[in-house]
Write a new protein. Structure first.
Length: 214
């Protein structure tokens, strides 16, 4: 227990760093995922191609490699930002591909006739998607989106290898101070468990309120 009590500030800083990464990257992933899902079902061929390429490339690229590409590649184009921002970009873009596919699968569960009926009433594609299709699709994609964001929280541990303050990175400081490595990781695991259980509880509430009844 003294590993935690003696180093509560260190764990706290790492915990808050992981929470910030998770929140900001989740927001970016949800926005990009929604946008790419819209592209993938759009009537414009170029948008469908762009969405397909986005998903295919990111889903088949190791996250560590994507971190290297963002942190080392973007500065070459004159974009110099704090490492935490680069980590949010890498995590958010990577996770957006999985959010996109979850949303697209939900969109495909909505009967095609409803979209056709909306268009026959004069609604545009964006109106049909936002007013008719997505509200129904949202109910069926709550569990997979929640699972994807839980995976994002755990994937944030990679950011520690790129000088970003987060929970897993605290083991370096504590191990150098001579603490038992087993107990260091036990308390790190407890921190991740708190974050993932909080996300799970949030999506459980959303599912109870808006989920599809089975």
């Amino acid at each position: 227990m003294n590993v935690l009590t003696d180093n509560f500030a260190v764990y706290g800083e790492g915990f808050l760093g992981t929470v910030e990464l998770t929140v900001y990257a989740s927001l970016l992933a949800l926005v990009l995922g929604f946008l790419m899902a819209s592209f993938r079902v759009a009537p414009v061929a170029s948008l469908r191609v762009f969405g397909t390429v986005w998903v295919t490339v990111l889903r088949n690229t190791p996250l560590t490699l994507l971190f290297f590409a963002v942190l080392l590649g973007l500065p070459r184009f004159g974009l110099v930002l704090p490492f935490q921002v680069f980590a949010v970009i890498a995590l958010g873009c990577y996770t957006s591909a999985f959010i996109c596919e979850a949303l697209r699968s939900g969109i495909n569960t909505v009967p095609r006739g409803q979209g056709e009926a909306a268009r026959s009433l004069g609604m545009t594609f964006s109106q049909t998607l936002s007013v008719v299709v997505l509200p129904q699709a949202f109910r069926s994609v709550i569990p997979p989106v929640g699972s994807t964001l839980i995976a994002l929280a755990k994937n944030s541990a990679i950011a520690g290898a790129f000088s970003v303050t987060e929970l897993l990175g605290t083991y370096k400081t504590l191990s150098e101070l001579g603490y038992n490595i087993v107990w260091i990781f036990v308390w790190i695991a407890v921190g991740y468990l708190i974050i993932t259980l909080a996300i799970s509880a949030l999506f459980h509430l959303l599912e109870r309120k808006w989920g599809v009844a089975r």
